[in-house]
Design a binder for this molecule. Structure first.
Ligand SMILES: [Zn+2]
Length: 380
């Protein structure tokens, strides 16, 4: 099976290379911002029109010719994608890239007629060759001896004065035949307890994260009351950005830990499909909604790709499956449980007393088992 994987290396460019890298980063920013302005003037400007216009722009600004062409084209591609996300209501309006934001440029891997590629990672000498640059020293992946992977592209990043390169490769993962699963677990994803499993495990959101999220809510209230153009207003925005970054980092580390454990300990993991979760739609608090949404999506994303790494399986049950309302003991449906505040309930038919989330995870497990049996029939 072929999978995409990213390798991140720290780069140690010399002075000459730093100058070049900075000028490439600046060029990418220039192109992005230039066509952002053009798009503002003419909404219907397409990728191909921008690409054609780029030829004229290069005649006007000769220094654009000193840059690898892929950097320019990928800048247009990034802009196009930013607008697509905006039109599909997945993110805010594309903004100008400033010198202060994280800077990056992406270049694509190509072979020339002699079969020499423009991007090359040499782990024996710890250097990377990027288009229009000499070999740059890199560090990372000490255990890896060779880099005989199909490179798709490389993204150069400048973060807090340090340079990194992210190399995207297409790796051929040796797929072992699916072994007989020894363990299967149902997972209920929630707000208070992030994860509840059918084994009775509950994982709560860590306190530090809760604190930061409350702080963020407070600051946002403050921001909505402060006046635009005042010095204070921008101070609050800066604070919000800092806390957002902190939340993101803590959440990422934490979610990695949770998902790695879940994957390592179980052969089949059953989760819900959360696209139209009523909890998200009902939430009145927009920020809480956003944080909840991103965190759960991250968990699902992590589980999915880690499952391919460890040769495990993920099943997702239908959004419409009433996992919380069914009694996991007798399968009687109790609509009164729809109310999210009901944390514990007794089944009116079999009188089993349920913890809301554990009951849901047991139902999710049942549905997962059905999906697994269906798969078995398909293969036999
Ligand atoms: Zn029952």
């Amino acid at each position: 099976m072929l999978i995409y994987k990213t390798y991140k290396f720290r780069m140690y460019p010399d002075l000459d290379q730093v100058q070049k890298l900075n000028s490439f980063l600046g060029t990418k920013r220039f192109i992005y911002n230039y066509y952002l302005n053009e798009k503002e003037k003419n909404k219907n400007l397409t990728f191909n029109q921008m690409k054609q216009d780029l030829v004229f722009l290069k005649d006007k600004h000769h220094w654009l010719k000193e840059v690898d062409d892929y950097i320019l084209l990928n800048a247009l591609d990034d802009l196009e994608n930013a607008y697509k996300r905006f039109y599909n209501k997945l993110s805010g309006k594309p903004k100008h890239k400033s010198y202060n934001s994280i800077q990056s440029y992406r270049t694509s891997c190509k072979k020339d007629k002699k079969g020499i590629t423009n991007i090359k990672v040499d782990l024996e000498n710890n250097v990377i060759k990027l288009p229009k640059l000499d070999e740059i020293k890199i560090k990372g992946y000490r255990k890896l001896k060779e880099f005989n992977l199909k490179i798709i592209n490389a993204t150069v990043l400048k973060e807090a004065g340090k340079y990194y390169v992210l190399v995207l490769v297409l790796e051929n993962l040796k797929t072992e035949p699916l072994k007989m699963p020894k363990s299967i677990v149902g997972v209920d994803l929630g707000v208070k307890d992030i994860i509840t499993t059918s084994n009775g495990l509950k994982i709560q959101k860590i306190k530090e994260l809760k604190k930061l999220e409350n702080k963020l809510k407070g600051l946002n209230k403050w921001l909505s009351r402060s006046k635009l153009g005042r010095k204070n207003h921008y101070k609050i925005i800066l604070k919000i950005e800092k806390i957002n970054q902190k939340i993101k980092n803590i959440r990422k580390t934490y979610n990695h830990l949770i998902t790695t454990n879940l994957i390592k300990e179980n052969d089949i993991i059953v989760i819900e499909n959360l696209k139209i979760n009523p909890m998200i739609i009902d939430a009145k608090d927009k920020i809480a909604k956003y944080l909840y949404n991103t965190s759960l999506n991250e968990i699902i994303h992590n589980l999915r790709y880690k499952a391919t790494w460890y040769n495990k399986r993920i099943y997702q049950v239908s959004t419409y499956y009433p996992s919380s309302q069914l009694c996991s003991n007798c399968k009687n449906k109790n609509s009164k449980v729809k109310d999210l505040s009901v944390r514990e309930w007794e089944c009116p038919r079999c009188h089993f007393v349920h913890d809301r989330d554990i009951n849901a995870s047991l139902n999710i497990l049942d549905e997962g088992l059905k999906l697994y049996l269906k798969d078995l029939q398909k293969f036999n």
